[in-house]
Design a protein around this ligand. Structure first.
Ligand SMILES: [Zn+2]
Length: 172
């Protein structure tokens, strides 16, 4: 164990930060497609923050339009996300970290809690998500259809977790 790297903290830590300080630094934002996760992070992040968003990683690795999936890049995108997740847990070289993910299952979010993430659940309700997916200009008809089926999956897989924080969606 070494001293926590947070200024003013006297706790000991196995990594760079003690559990409480890590919890203040890294947030995993989970919720169904159309919940407004990207918008939430855009509103709450600040200078020096790092955002790990699978859709944007995929885009960076394929140069394809947002949300388009070339299966050939799937492994690279998953590995990049895992690498960045570890980076968020261990590095001190950023202010705050955000991970955006669907995270419907209890075990997925439990794993994030265990790693020290603050886990926020953003769920404005199925009807709102559905309306947003249909109205979103970034999503073509085919894409909206795929995301509506992911929305069904999310609600059929969702299991609550006692340690999650529920966050209130921003308007519209
Ligand atoms: Zn600390």
């Amino acid at each position: 164990m070494k001293p926590c790297q947070s200024v003013g903290c006297s706790e000991l830590a196995s990594g760079a930060f003690c559990r409480d300080c890590l919890h203040d630094r890294v947030t995993a934002l989970c919720g169904p497609p159309g919940a407004g996760k990207t918008r939430y992070v855009a509103l709450h992040k600040g200078p020096g923050d790092v955002v790990v968003d699978f859709d944007l990683l995929f885009q960076a690795l394929t140069m394809l339009p947002l949300f388009e999936r070339d299966p050939g890049a799937f492994d690279a995108a998953c590995r990049t996300r895992e690498f960045l997740r570890g980076y968020l847990e261990r590095s001190r070289k950023f202010r705050r970290g955000w991970m955006i993910l669907l995270g419907a299952r209890h075990r997925e979010r439990d794993d994030l809690h265990r790693s020290g993430f603050r886990v926020l659940l953003l769920d404005p309700g199925r009807a709102t998500c559905e309306r947003r997916l249909r109205d979103d200009a970034r999503r073509s008809d085919g894409l909206a259809k795929r995301h509506l089926s992911l929305l069904d999956d999310w609600y059929s897989q969702y299991e609550p977790h006692a340690d999650d924080e529920l966050c209130l969606p921003s308007a519209s």
